[in-house]
Ligand binder design. Structure first.
Ligand SMILES: Cc1ncc(COP(=O)(O)O)c(C=O)c1O
Length: 383
């Protein structure tokens, strides 16, 4: 019997539905208390050093990070060749030049060694991603950043709950950027969070996200009166979205433990499968937040990745690819900066030969056994 298993499904219950209806029953749909409360609850989850600003997306958080740090034309930002395009677009959008680093084949993360080789006198920042929830090796990266006076922007869009040597990702660099897109660990519909250890950064970013206005709705002594000391945008998260996030964050410990159990079960089910390697953390002092299980096909199977995906789809299994192309190979960047395929072999192999399998909380350990058997049978037939 064919089962239909989606790659991701937001875990929405009556808690979220009730919270949204409560906001809708009131007069304040944005600018209200829900955003602030969500910021406090998110900061409490990440750790005592965190200050947070709720935003309309993860991309908005990345964009504001570079803007706040004053990075712009003439500057270079070292970014991963293996990531979502938002990691790179954010640096490009402020006018900086992205310089692409290949990733480690086992973790998909950039390394200090790869970063070091790309540093020039124009380098101003490192924009890293904690790939699939696997923390980057932060100690050597931060050492280089300190030695070369570089800013660090951590893309934590799919890494909420991930820790490196006991500290939550996003707390190492100058900014941590989170996403609440529907298939992420938690969702607000669409949404994001900017996080910084520095209160002055969150105060300023909090103003830039709302047109650069000097005082919030509640702080206006005379309604409608304000001044604008800064350039800004409208990147606010509405109270409707924030009310969903506040319910979701309560479920986060359960979501993370279900993902961890599912990942372990699926990894075990696939162990020993010829020509299949699993992207995972290699450092026992890191806690992976298990966004998905990405299986990289090798040998004769590698070029047959799309056939495997098609067969899994026909059998009802939803999969994805993280990420579909090395970022410098995407048309915009290839046209602008050229593409030298010899520079990004690991990123290209992950893009061209991997399949992301679901481990989300909509599934359980028995489902993982089923997915493991289906995947194993499919690759053996296609090999
Ligand atoms: C690594 C990474 N960074 C940034 C983003 C962008 O986040 P958002 O969709 O919230 O703008 C995504 C995915 O959506 C992502 O996977």
């Amino acid at each position: 019997m064919t089962r239909n298993i989606p790659f991701g499904r937001p875990w929405i219950t009556d808690d979220e539905r009730k919270a949204v209806l409560e906001v809708l029953a009131g007069d304040v749909l944005t600018h209200g208390p829900q955003g602030h409360e969500f910021e406090k609850e998110f900061a409490a989850f990440v750790g005592p050093q965190a200050n947070c600003v709720s935003l309309s997306s993860g991309m908005a958080s990345l964009h504001l990070s570079y803007y706040y740090l004053g990075i712009g034309p003439g500057d270079e930002v070292i970014v991963p060749a293996q990531t979502h395009i938002a990691t790179v677009h954010a640096a490009e959008f402020v006018g900086a030049r992205p310089v692409f680093a290949d990733c480690d084949a086992r973790t998909g993360n950039i390394t200090a060694a790869a970063v070091e080789k790309l540093i020039t006198p124009r380098t101003k920042a490192i924009g890293l991603v904690h790939f699939l929830g696997i923390p980057c090796d932060m100690d050597p990266i931060m050492e280089i950043a300190r030695a070369k006076n570089l800013k660090v922007v951590e893309d934590c869009a799919i890494a909420i709950g991930a820790t490196y040597r006991g500290k939550h990702v996003g707390l190492f660099g100058d900014a941590g950027c989170f996403s609440f897109y529907p298939v992420k660990h938690i969702t607000t519909g669409d949404g994001g969070m900017y996080l910084s250890r520095h209160k002055e950064a969150t105060e300023k970013v909090g103003k830039i996200r709302a047109f650069g206005v000097d005082r919030s709705f509640a702080q206006r002594a005379i309604p409608g009166m304000y001044d604008v000391p800064d350039l800004g945008l409208n990147y606010r998260m509405s109270d409707i979205n924030a009310s969903i996030g506040r319910q979701q964050i309560k479920k986060l410990p359960e979501i993370l433990s279900r993902r961890a159990a599912n990942f372990a079960a699926l990894k075990a089910a696939l162990s020993g499968l010829a020509d299949v390697t699993i992207i995972d953390s290699v450092d026992p002092a890191c806690r992976n937040s298990h966004y998905c299980l990405s299986a990289v096909l090798g040998g004769k199977l590698g070029p047959k990745r799309n056939d495997v995906v098609a067969a899994l789809k026909a059998a009802g299994l939803g999969t994805s690819v993280y990420y579909p192309q090395p970022t410098p190979r995407m048309t915009y960047y290839r046209n602008k900066y050229g593409y030298d395929e010899s520079k990004y072999p690991n990123a290209a192999r992950i893009s061209d030969c991997s399949i992301a399998l679901p481990v989300g909380p909509h599934l359980n350990v028995q489902d993982m056994e089923y997915i493991g058997q289906l995947f194993s049978k499919t690759v053996k037939e296609i090999a």
